[in-house]
Design a protein around this ligand. Sequence first.
Ligand SMILES: [Fe+2]
Length: 363
Amino acid sequence: MDRRTLLAQAASAASLMALAGCGMPLAAVVAEPGDLQSWPSADSRISKIAFGSCIDQTKPQPIWDAILADKPDLFIFGGDNVYASKQPWQLDTLQSAYQTLVTSPGFSQLRKTVPHVAIWDDHDYGLNDGGADFAHKQASKQAFVDFWQLPANDPRRSRDGLYHALTFGPAGYRVQIILLDGRWFRSALKVTDQRNAPGKERYVPDGDPIKTMLGKAQWQWLEAQLRMPADVRLIVSGVQVIAQGHGWEGWGNFPLEQARLLELIRHTQANGVVLLSGDRHIGALYKHQPAGGYPLFELTSSGMTHAWAQAEEAGPNRLGELVTENHYATVEVDWASRQVHLLIKSVQGRVLRRQATALAELI
Ligand SMILES: [Fe+2]
């Protein structure tokens, strides 16, 4: 019996015992996902988190060599982890996309050796720019939780959506990762009347107060997460959060929801927030100063296999130029100086963009 089967059996046996009321502790058996050789304990101090999105499973993936050489403490798959959104949607197509990804030696090596966590975006959800009304989301979610080998007792297996949070490190060195599901609950977008016009390429802002990005349960969960103590909080959203000046998908499609998120960060007094996003097939850094709050930085990293070489964007709140070559990103925390460095790196691991901020500024 291989190790994965053994773990899966142990996990389901533990769950059955829990259901039967047996008091046996579960964590030691089920906390470790899948093939991974080691998972940091909750007390482990982590300082380098790598992040990337948009992996076309059919394209070459030399980027894994640089990511593995970078030795991150954690890798975040930020969505579009495979492409399987052709319509009509078929479960077989999604499952074979995942299996093709496994044939990439670099991906397989990372999956075995680097702690990692994943959230989906539209192309692994199953519908380009898809939201709550995607008919096959339940089947797609089952394929996700199985492929990513989530433990049998993971709440994502039983609740709606894939939102998730985890924390590492002792007080004073605590990193919280919050992964938002911007697909499962998301209301219909307002389609542009001028396709490809700069600033309204696909969608225009919709101020309807009924419309939602996260849905009620996820909003409540997020508020509880933001009230937990942490020193650095990485909020991962498939689509961009504060980036301005384009009409692709993003939180700007629902300005009231975007404002609600900024207000939630402010009134929960959640310090240390940095936003991570994908979707756009560009890399970029943005900065926004919310009224009454501290500056919010957003690191967009999208295009591990197929960045958009011709991309243009007005980017009024962007810091520096767009990255239009394939890339990944890292968040590197210097605990000694209490600085956070946001980096975008090339397929060879060369630093393309860098932005630093002091944790003392994110309060
Ligand atoms: Fe993508």
